[in-house]
Design a protein around this ligand. Structure first.
Ligand SMILES: C[S@@+](CC[C@H](N)C(=O)[O-])C[C@H]1O[C@@H](n2cnc3c(N)ncnc32)[C@H](O)[C@@H]1O
Length: 213
């Protein structure tokens, strides 16, 4: 793809987001993933990790929360401007910490049907550090999944080709019935960003000690 085409696509989604009142171009990535895989339902409890400025949460709010059902919890290091929707709650903080993971667990009504993660750490330009940070984030997402995702629930997670991609995929394949990797049209072609669609969570790993009892 030419530089011109890549720039054109980026500007296209940027302008469309402005026109349609989405907070970020990223909204179209979730819209395209939802259209392709049918991820969201009106009564779902959803957790959106790395949610700021709130483009994905806006898309979720368009589907969930009818008749008081459904919930969306957005978490980010940055402040997330409130979304005018009764189902939306924002948490400001680092989801790799126990404190924020506990806050998510306190706020969620039961367990989550879907966990979304578009989280990306700030790049340092030092390959090893960036790979480590990406791995750290992915590990935290998987740990949250173990604690709060419903059995048979889905995880949609940003991932980057190279680095720890293979290792994360291997872990997810043990935990989910189906794991696919895709790149929506609205994701920049030159970026190594991909999205993992992990469906059918098998449930948290059972404690062997308890099993033996
Ligand atoms: C690409 S943006 C997300 C865009 C969002 N999906 C949207 O549609 O508006 C990635 C976000 O991940 C957040 N992030 C990165 N590491 C985080 C962490 N440890 N805890 C919480 N948020 C984190 C960043 O602050 C950033 O806002």
């Amino acid at each position: 793809m030419s530089r011109w085409k890549a720039k054109h696509d980026k500007e296209h989604y940027y302008k469309l987001a402005k026109k349609q009142n989405y907070r970020s171009r990223a909204s179209y990535k979730l819209k395209q993933l939802d259209k392709k895989y049918g991820l969201l339902k009106p009564d779902y409890n959803v957790v959106d990790l790395g949610a700021a400025p709130g483009g994905w949460s806006q898309v979720v709010c368009e589907t969930i929360g009818e008749e008081g059902k459904g919930q969306i919890i957005g978490v980010d290091l940055e402040y997330i401007k409130p979304i005018d929707h009764e189902a939306f709650t924002a948490i400001k903080g680092d989801f790799t910490t126990e404190e924020i993971q506990n806050t998510i667990m306190e706020l969620i009504d039961g367990k989550a049907d879907v966990i979304l993660s578009d989280a990306a750490a700030k790049l340092t330009g030092i390959k090893d550090v960036d790979n480590f940070n990406a791995y750290d984030l992915a590990t935290a997402v998987i740990s949250i999944t173990d604690n709060i995702l419903k059995k048979n629930g889905d995880l949609i997670m940003k991932s980057f080709q190279g680095g720890s991609y293979d290792e994360i995929n291997k872990t997810l394949k043990k935990k989910f019935r189906s794991v696919k990797t895709t790149k929506p049209n609205s994701s920049r072609k030159r970026s190594s960003e991909m999205y993992v669609i992990a469906r059918g969570f098998k449930g948290p790993k059972k404690n062997k000690k308890n099993n033996d009892n």
